[in-house]
Design a protein around this ligand. Structure first.
Ligand code: FES
Ligand SMILES: [Fe+2]
Length: 390
């Protein structure tokens, strides 16, 4: 299949196209910011960065989550760092303007002398958009962005997993530092054609006629249909292997049918299975580098093995806290890990882009082929005014 929106090499290599995407997509989108149990008690806070902006989440004394832009209203200094428990208020280190946990400006040093006319009510922290779904927290830079509108297209197909349930245990958070354009990783995540090839040893399929992506406006959901033809969240060889090993299933998800991958446009991936649950967020750094943050909850561990610690992860670089392919000790295809295989192939694709011999080939027909990649581009084109690529 060919389509007039098939991406040219400039789509991945151009700094100006990346800037367009950064400003018109990532700085105007919902993104995954954590889970409600990241803020366990009144006064807990968590800060994070996404697409160049700094955010602050606080659990207030009534147990409600609040989301702010993490900037002092005086000179814009970043207020808090990391995560923890508020002393009582939020005090800016520069001139000690102080805000309540509700974001109200409550104290300004030397106010009478320096700011005689200041109306403190006009200088509260600015809110960010906040949405919570099955204990997952999503943020948006615009406080008026409507979370319900964004999530509505997948509402009828949701996963039942609650990562804050006592049944589940979180494994260490992983950050892959990938040397590729963000769209290359996203395309691969939507590519049903590669599953039975690149992942022959790790997932074992399914073939294009045995899997499908369904389109929910700009979001996409993937199902494995190998074996009995029903919709499953895992490929048949993985289902069989887990059954043989009598791996325990998560009790609260047992009775449900749900997808195996949810691609929430533009850059969040949710992977629920009967055995574990993971959420990944792409964090584009520049046109040629992208971080992938992965959080994973399981009964025991990834597909029923032992718990892992970061130092056990091949490629983990303690200096940066990230997993980097240059640190891998063995070939990706010997890693026994499909995530490693995907990162490896995304970096290999990116490397080939500069060659004069590079041109985009045809896309595999079908929603279990590569059609979903083209759906991604049609969604991107609705949001971004790309310069003509052809
Ligand atoms: S920048 Fe925060 S008090 Fe001045
Ligand atoms: Fe893959």
């Amino acid at each position: 299949m060919t389509l007039d929106i098939a991406p040219s090499k400039e789509t991945y290599l151009s700094k100006s196209i990346f800037n367009l995407e950064f400003e018109n997509l990532f700085q105007k989108s919902w993104f995954f910011a954590g889970v409600t149990s990241d803020l366990p008690e009144a006064g807990s806070y968590k800060t994070l960065h996404y697409a160049g902006y700094s955010y602050l989440l606080i659990k207030d004394r009534n147990g409600n989550l609040r989301a702010f832009h993490n900037l002092c209203r005086h000179r814009g200094v970043e207020l808090l760092e990391g995560d923890g428990k508020l002393e009582k208020h939020i005090t800016c280190p520069y001139h000690r303007w102080t805000y309540s946990e509700e974001g109200r400006l409550i104290a300004v040093p030397s106010q009478k002398t320096c700011f005689a006319d200041l109306d403190k009510n006009s200088w509260n922290l600015k809110n960010a958009g906040l949405g919570i779904l099955n204990s997952l927290i999503f943020l948006h830079p615009d406080p008026d962005a409507c979370f319900e509108n964004w999530i509505a297209p997948v509402k009828d197909f949701l996963w039942p997993h609650d990562p804050t349930s006592s049944e589940l245990k979180e494994q260490p958070e992983l950050i892959y530092e990938m040397q590729c354009n963000w769209k290359i990783f996203a395309e691969n995540a939507l590519d049903g054609y590669h599953l039975s090839h690149l992942h022959a040893e790790t997932l074992g399929g399914p073939r294009p006629e045995e899997n499908e992506w369904i389109r929910c406006q700009d979001h996409l959901i993937w199902y494995a249909r190998d074996g009995d033809g029903d919709r499953h969240s895992l490929p048949l060889p993985v289902r069989d292997s887990l059954e043989r090993r009598r791996a325990s299933k998560i009790a609260h998800v047992k009775k449900h049918v749900f997808g195996g991958v949810y691609f929430l446009f533009p850059a969040t991936l949710i992977v629920p299975t009967p055995y574990n649950f993971s959420v990944s967020q792409l964090l584009p750094s520049d046109e040629g580098s992208t971080d992938l943050l992965v959080r994973n909850w399981s009964l025991n561990s990834w597909f029923g093995g032992e718990d892992y610690s970061l130092k056990d992860i091949d490629g983990y670089d303690p200096e940066t806290g990230k997993i980097r392919s240059v640190k891998w000790s063995r070939p990706a295809l010997k890693s026994n890990d499909f995530q490693t295989e995907d990162v490896w192939i995304a970096e290999k694709r990116h490397k080939g882009l500069r060659s004069p011999a590079y041109e985009t080939g045809p896309f595999a027909d079908g929603s279990g082929g590569e059609e979903a990649v083209l759906w991604l581009y049609s969604a991107l084109r609705r949001q971004i005014d790309y310069p003509d690529q052809r």
